[in-house]
Structure formats: C-alpha cells, structure tokens
Design a protein around this ligand. Structure first.
Ligand code: PLP
Length: 430
C-alpha cells in the first residue's frame, strides 16, 4: 500500500519531469484502493463510513482547521460536500497543469468565480477588474457585489498599462483593494491583460497600504494548455471547465487553482456555500482531461485555417485572432510573453454590415451550430452583442469594440475544410 501510494504521485522519472498530458491518465489515483480498477470508480455517495469514532473526530479536526495535519496525514473522507475521491483526483490533476499546490472543482465556472470572490472580498473593499469580461462575471461585479458594499473599478485589457494605474489610484481612494480580477484573453475580443503589470501593482499596494490584493485570472480561453497565469503573477487561476477542459459541451463545471495558502479560504467557503462539483461530473472531466491537449491542439490548428480564410474574405473584417496580432499592437508583446505559442480556437470577427447581416450568416449555418458557449469538440457561433454580452450596457460594449456586426466562433475538431465550406455558403447569405 505504501509503495503504490508513492508511485501514483510520481512527478519525475529520474531527472525527467513528466508532462501533464501523460499524468492525466494516472496521477493521484491508487488502483489498490479500488479493487485494482484501472479507472477510478464513480464514488456516488453522499457520506463516508468511519471505521472508529476517533477517526471521525480526527477527520473533522483536520477538515475544520482545528489542528495542523501531522506529517504525511491526508484529510479523511467525511461527506461529499467537503471531499470525495473523484473530486480529489480531479483536483490534483487540474493543479498539475499549473504546477499549483491545490485545485478545487466547482459546480460551474460562475460557482468558482463567486466562491473565490466571496472568500476574498469584504464590505467596504474594492475590486479592480479588467474589461471586457465574461457576461456573468460582469453582472456579478457590476450589479451584485455593490449590494454587499463592494465597490468596483474597471480597467481596459489590451495593453492595460495606461488604464491599470489610474484604476488602482481611484480604487485606493475608495477603500481596501483586495482583489485584482482579470480575464485574459478576454471574451469576446481576445484582448490580453498584462499580468506582470497587475503583479507590480499588487506589490506596490502591499508596500503602500500593507495589504496585498489577490490576483485572480480567468484562464478559460487558452488554459491550461496554452497559458499558465501563475507563472506571470496570478495567485488564483479560474476556469469554466464547461469549455475546453470538459470539452464536449455536455457538462457545466468550474475550477480554481493556486498555492495552498491562497486556496485555503476558498476551500473553506466552498464547503459552507456548497458550490462543489458532483462526483459524476468530476469523473467525466477526468475522462476529458486525458484528451485535453489533443483536442486543444486540433482545435487551434483548425482555428488558424479558419481565421486565415475569414481574414481574406471580402465580407469579413477585423478578425480578432491572436495569431494576427501586429507588432505595434500592445497585446503583441503580452502574447509572446504570457501565452505558449498557440492563438487558441475562439475568436470574434465582424461581417460587413449590421446586426441583420450577422444574423443572416448565423441562420444560414449548416454544420456549425448557432449556440453560445465554446471549447467543445463541435464548432459554435453566436452574436456577442445580443447574446453572451446582452447584459453589458450598450455604451460599454461600444467602448470595448463589441459591435452589432460581430460574430464569435469557437472552432471545434471537425475537418477544417468542411467548416470553411459551411462558412463560405453562410457568408453568401449577406
Ligand atoms: C463560460 C465562461 C464562464 C462561466 O462559466 P460557467 O461554467 O458557464 O458558469 C466564465 N468565464 C469565461 C471566460 C467563460 O467563457
């Protein structure tokens, strides 16, 4: 038992460090504990039987932070809102991609986002956040947090240095800055946030005020394969697992990863709020993780072909594909620095015309589905202005370049020529 425990958490062979894509098939799971089953069973149980009353007492002491863990002591299984074997294996595997100590899974991306914010914001605090941002996150920050006495100051992604500093200066006047919240690339424009600049701002706040804000980064668009925000200054990396990680458009789930210290309060809040993932969904996501790199690679190769096709199309303009960034664009350097070479597979573009022209294209699609969401095996298209970003005030949309002629595509793993044939005939509808 002791030996197998050691093996299933192996990170190196000699000096050779194992890659996450290899680890997704075995890391953190000990077949000896499950009748030798190659795959982890789905632990569909709400609660766990204690062998002795003393065990139950000790498990609770540890879970509720009433004492420190003894050397080598692992938290005992108690109740599936607190922990569950499927979620523990899943969370260990999610953390591996970012080389983080701790991962936590949630029932949705929004559950991850709201639990992390809840853990770190208190009445009177200020959150500084990048824009544009996922519509649900925007609504939470703009409309719900103020009801709890939390003020928000926005800065613009896209070479954020000129707007980050004034935002921090304003935020400092309003109260304690406790979170810098970022999304990069930003949905739907693919604007990038300079995380190094955020880290410098957080360090400066620590020096000036004695309190360092936590930097949170939503890494749903490129992560965890093409971008690792913790290497660039993020303290907590957040995911809608619904998208690329689960990757088959069949579950809704979320995650947050970070250092053990930073994730401690988030774990505590998750236990009490009950925002965890369920075991069956967790198991499905482990299955998805085995092909994550393959799927993201295939989708991004397709996306490159499709972006190139659209860029040359006479009825299309402003293809916001990261691979097309020009050197003079402030995002160019950030892309080189923060992203691991791939431009991902979700991007927006404008059709020449108005909302009606954009709708005609969507209605004419035959293979690509007209649906919100992204990151699945199948290609999806939608109209951010009227759909995913409907909640964002019109003037803000205009300022951030979210136009009525904009369409967003999430390129899947189909045959790229088939997708191009579909786009060609749909664009004829304009
Ligand atoms: C979809 C999405 C979310 C929200 O995730 P859910 O799983 O739908 O709750 C958050 N951020 C980004 C960037 C997203 O695309």
């Amino acid at each position: 038992m002791t030996k197998s425990r050691k093996d299933f958490r192996k990170k190196f062979i000699g000096n050779h460090r194992l890659s996450p894509e290899t680890q997704m098939m075995g890391y953190g799971y000990d077949p000896v504990l499950s009748e030798g089953s190659l795959k982890p069973p789905v632990f569909m149980t709400s609660t766990f039987v204690f062998e002795r009353a003393q065990d139950g007492k000790e498990f609770f002491e540890l879970a509720y932070g009433k004492r420190e863990a003894e050397k080598g002591e692992k938290p005992g299984l108690i109740y599936s809102r607190i922990n569950n074997p499927d979620l523990e294996v899943l969370e260990d595997r999610l953390a591996l991609w970012e080389d983080a100590d701790k991962g936590l899974s949630f029932s949705s991306g929004m559950a991850a986002i709201s639990t992390c914010l809840w853990a770190y914001l208190r009445p009177g605090d200020v959150i500084v956040y990048s824009a544009p941002i996922y519509g649900g996150t925007e609504f939470l920050i703009r409309n719900i947090l103020p009801e709890f006495g939390i003020k928000a100051v926005e800065f613009e992604a896209g070479g954020n240095k000129p707007t980050l500093a004034p935002a921090i200066a304003e935020a400092k006047k309003l109260g304690r800055v406790s979170v810098i919240y970022t999304e990069t690339p930003a949905n739907p424009t693919n604007s990038l946030v300079d995380l190094h600049a955020c880290r410098d701002a957080a360090d400066a706040l620590k020096t000036e005020t004695g309190h360092r804000p936590i930097i949170m980064t939503d890494n749903t668009f490129l992560g965890p394969v093409w971008q690792k925000p913790m290497e660039h200054g993020a303290d907590i990396v957040i995911y809608s697992l619904t998208k690329y990680v689960a990757g088959h458009s069949d579950v809704v789930a979320g995650a947050a990863v970070g250092s053990a210290d930073v994730m401690g309060p988030v774990a505590g809040f998750r236990t009490i709020l009950g925002t965890m993932c369920d075991p069956h969904t967790g198991w499905l996501i482990m299955r998805s993780l085995e092909t994550l790199k393959l799927r993201m690679t295939a989708a991004s190769e397709n996306a490159k072909k499709i972006a190139t096709y659209l860029d040359e199309h006479p009825k299309v303009e402003n293809v916001q594909y990261l691979g097309f960034l020009k050197e003079e664009d402030p995002c160019y350097e950030i892309f080189q620095e923060q992203c691991n070479g791939s431009a991902g597979a979700t991007f927006a573009f404008d059709v020449k015309g108005d909302e009606a022209a954009a709708f005609r294209v969507l209605d004419a699609l035959q293979i690509i589905k007209l649906a919100v969401s992204l990151g699945g095996t199948e290609s999806l298209m939608e109209h951010p202005f009227a759909m995913t970003h409907a909640d964002v005030p019109d003037d803000v949309k205009v300022r951030l370049g979210i136009t009525e002629s904009m369409l967003r595509i999430s390129v899947g793993v189909e045959n790229a020529d088939d997708l191009i044939a579909d786009l060609a005939q749909a664009l004829d509808a304009i």
